[in-house]
Design a protein around this ligand. Structure first.
Ligand SMILES: [Cu+2]
Length: 161
């Protein structure tokens, strides 16, 4: 007489690479990683410290995906990217959007911002057609969606090196 045990397997999504994830899984809590301090060796050279709204080289991502949604939002609206990293916009709804950082195309010029020396962009992002961009110039980028700019579909990227 055996009856099947119905235990759900734990969801391991992309955490396998992290050895520390084993500890987290053992505790069974904490989707938020927090600060992994003290585990790794500290790099010796301390270069320029750029404080850009909490985006530092330590917490910057080398690749990030921003969803363009039917709610007319970029999600997340603000991201922190390493210089040379890649941002990908993914239209997860069924409405047409753009990702645009050209002040000449903005209804409100303040919705477009580029670091000095950076090149703007204007790209439609249709449903299921993600668009990726590599950003190498550190600084603050503010972009928008052309059809929904005035409805608040705005985004910001901070690039740090
Ligand atoms: Cu839009």
């Amino acid at each position: 007489m055996t009856h099947p045990t119905s235990r759900r397997p734990p969801l391991i999504l992309g955490l396998a690479a992290l050895g520390a994830a084993l500890l987290v899984a053992a505790c069974g809590t904490g989707p938020i990683p927090g600060q992994a301090a003290g585990a790794g060796g500290a790099p010796g050279s301390s270069t320029s410290t750029t404080s850009s709204g909490g985006c530092t080289p330590a917490n910057a991502q080398s690749s990030v995906t921003v969803d363009a949604t039917n709610a007319l939002k970029f999600v997340p609206a603000s991201v922190c990217l390493k210089a040379g990293g890649t941002i990908t916009w993914d239209n997860v709804g069924n409405l047409p959007h753009t990702t645009t950082d050209e002040s000449s195309l903005a209804a409100n010029p303040a919705d477009a911002e580029l670091p000095k020396g950076a090149v703007g962009w204007n790209q439609p992002i249709g449903p299921g057609k993600p668009f990726s961009l590599k950003l190498t110039v550190p600084g603050t980028y503010k972009y928008f969606c052309i059809p929904h700019e005035l409805l608040g579909m705005l985004g910001q990227i901070t690039v740090v090196s």
